[in-house]
Design a protein around this ligand. Structure first.
Ligand code: ASP
Length: 323
């Protein structure tokens, strides 16, 4: 299975790449209509990010935030509205952003009333001396920062509720190990990486986590170096997949480290981590990664990954299955 899809933007710099989650996405699971809806949503998120990159000041951070906000508002994806449910029927969302020029990062975990967690993560980066805020404290900070809120009901969708009920049923039938996570291995986290006209990279990731999570479980998405990373000298990365593996292997930072210390290209480094290291460990998922020259790659070791990119011509390319 060929899963590496590198491309280069050449001398033109502003490039944006998005993902909407990796997992067991099989053609037989998606109706033609649903597939078209996913592709249209990915395209619209790329356009939203591209417009932000084209407007002044047009920073990479503006681009990734705009793209991820669009996906958070779209109920098809596991972030913001449409997030998956915890074991006890709640929605607890995580998000992170990182700026490749300054190395500054912002992250929030377990938020329940923040309409766009990615925007709160950016506020942590820009308006606080901290990197990661959790739960009640993060919500208090949202009040301080004036971040838009929504009632917990806003985030709930029937499809995600049914996924939790299926998982709970499996647990009670003892066909699944206790404390199992998402039964169908469709992850659905969203993320974006971009390079702007100044050659600065940024990354953003946002998620509801994994269905049936409990005890305040936090995945890789808001963990800097695991699911999110940005550094101008190497690359920006946003991950999706089974978060425990991405945390254990510091996956996003490992891609950057292979470039910095091993002289790998972004395509080689991302391929090694996703196809060799994580695959061997049993860690399912994928990443989007971009360097400051606009070379980008979208590898995944699952059956599919919702993904797309847009370069200088403003024409979005989107896909789900391996090329
Ligand atoms: N990586 C996310 C987590 O483990 C899940 C996903 O990618 O959908 O929380």
């Amino acid at each position: 299975m060929t899963v590496l899809s590198p491309f280069s933007a050449g001398p033109v710099r502003a490039v944006l790449v998005v993902h909407g989650g990796a997992g067991t996405i099989l053609r037989k699971h998606l109706t033609a209509r649903l597939e078209a809806e996913y592709l249209a949503a990915l395209e619209a998120s790329l356009r939203a990010g591209y417009n932000a990159l084209q407007s002044s000041p047009g920073t990479a951070m503006d681009g990734v935030e705009a793209a991820v906000r669009f996906l958070e508002d779209c109920p098809l994806f596991n972030s913001g509205r449409g997030s998956v449910f915890t074991h006890d029927g709640r929605i607890e969302m995580d998000a992170a952003v990182m700026d490749g020029e300054t190395g500054r990062a912002g992250a929030v975990t377990g938020v329940t009333t923040v309409r766009n967690p990615v925007t709160l993560a950016r506020a942590v980066l820009e308006q606080s001396p901290f990197v990661m805020l959790a739960g009640r404290g993060a919500e208090e900070f949202a009040t301080f920062a004036g971040t838009e809120r929504a009632a917990p009901e806003y985030f709930r969708t029937e499809e995600r509720w049914n996924q939790l009920q299926n998982q709970l049923r499996r647990e009670s039938e003892e066909s699944a190990p206790l404390m199992s996570l998402s039964e169908d291995n469709k992850f659905g986290t969203v993320g974006a990486v971009a390079v702007d006209a100044r050659g600065t990279v940024a990354a953003a990731t946002s998620t509801g986590g994994m269905t049936n999570k409990r005890y305040g479980r936090i995945g890789d998405s808001p963990v800097i170096g695991a699911g999110t990373w940005a550094e101008n000298a190497t690359c920006a990365v946003s991950a999706t997949g089974h978060g425990e593996f991405f945390i254990r292997h510091a996956a996003a930072h490992d891609i950057a480290a292979r470039m910095a210390y091993g002289g790998r290209t972004v395509a080689e480094a991302a391929h090694e981590v996703i196809q060799d290291k994580l695959r061997a460990a049993g860690g399912e998922g994928g990443v989007i990664a971009i360097d400051a020259q606009g070379n980008a790659v979208l590898p995944f070791n699952t059956a599919g990954m919702y993904r797309g990119y847009i370069t200088h011509d403003g024409i979005p390319f989107v896909s789900i299955y391996p090329d």
